[in-house]
Design a binder for this molecule. Structure first.
Ligand SMILES: NC(=O)c1ccc[n+]([C@@H]2O[C@H](COP(=O)([O-])OP(=O)(O)OC[C@H]3O[C@@H](n4cnc5c(N)ncnc54)[C@H](OP(=O)(O)O)[C@@H]3O)[C@@H](O)[C@H]2O)c1
Length: 256
């Protein structure tokens, strides 16, 4: 069997209506995977599903709100109905709270960001693990989308950065505990790439100064994530679990 192939892999992606998740759907489908796209903006999901299928891929879309346990269960059910047991879960859905410091956010901001970026990852991963164990499926694979804000500090990204740092630790603990079920858990920690999550900063007056702090002197492109994504989603990474791969043009190595 080709360890680099995604042929016959059933991969679910949360937050696939825009940005990374939208891009991942095309990359994974092109590599042979069946993909299940979920997010709240169902029209955008439908459009992306049509594009992927028109390009020869296998995709279905499902309305998903990761803050709602019933919605997650329905998403996982739909994925199994469409393509059989789920091989890979990509926990990609995420939000930020809009250039606020810890002193500025209120409880609503805290809960919204932490519940979407962190609690939902635990919830989906728990529900997926229960399914893997119950079905007697050979194993599973979870990919969390963290961020370089897990490692370096920047003003105005609280509690986003806190949630992303916690995801690195969640990845390690889940890897430790999931191994007995054959479930691997790894993460990607991308640097800055222009999407709705990063727009506020990357389109601000500081954007150019900020870019100069990246050793490679450029922001990332979606395609920069493809290699690490395909590695983690495929059996090429069969002996990797608990790892977080940083993709940032060297940003976290920048000079103090
Ligand atoms: N862009 C960057 O520079 C960067 C860097 C490092 C990490 N990341 C991470 O990458 C991930 C994707 O973000 P992005 O940059 O691609 O931004 P984006 O375009 O805003 O994508 C975020 C996705 O999350 C979905 N989402 C948000 N809340 C949801 C909910 N309650 N239920 C279901 N889906 C939900 C959104 O879909 P709906 O609104 O349709 O539900 C959207 O598809 C996030 O975890 C982000 O933190 C981004």
């Amino acid at each position: 069997m080709d360890r680099f192939s995604l042929q016959n892999k059933n991969i679910v992606i949360t937050g696939a209506s825009s940005g990374f998740g939208h891009h991942f759907a095309g990359v994974l489908a092109q590599a042979g995977a069946s993909v299940v796209l979920g997010a709240r903006r169902i029209e955008k999901i439908r459009e992306r599903v049509e594009e992927v299928n028109a390009a020869g891929g296998k995709a279905v879309g499902v309305a998903l709100d990761v803050l709602d346990a019933d919605s997650i269960a329905a998403f996982l059910d739909a994925a199994e109905e469409a393509f059989g047991p789920i091989d890979v879960v990509i926990n990609n859905a995420g939000v930020e709270s809009g250039a606020k410091t810890y002193a500025m956010i209120d409880e609503e901001d805290w809960d919204y960001v932490m519940d979407t970026n962190l609690k939902s990852v635990w919830r989906i991963s728990k529900m997926y693990t229960e399914r893997v164990v119950k079905s007697g499926q050979k194993g599973g694979n979870i990919i969390n989308i963290s961020s370089i804000t897990a490692y370096r500090t920047i003003k105005g990204q609280f509690p986003y950065a806190v949630s992303k740092a916690a995801l690195v630790k969640a990845t390690e603990v889940m890897a430790l505990e999931g191994a007995r079920f054959g479930i691997r858990v790894n993460a990607l920690a991308p640097g800055y790439i222009l999407t709705d999550v990063s727009r506020l900063l990357l389109e601000s007056d500081q954007a150019d100064e900020f870019r100069k702090g990246i050793p490679m002197r450029r922001y990332g492109e979606f395609e920069d994530l493809d290699g690490p994504l395909l590695l983690l989603a495929s059996d090429a990474s069969a002996y990797m679990t608990g790892s977080t791969i940083v993709i940032d043009g060297g940003h976290i190595c920048s000079e103090l």
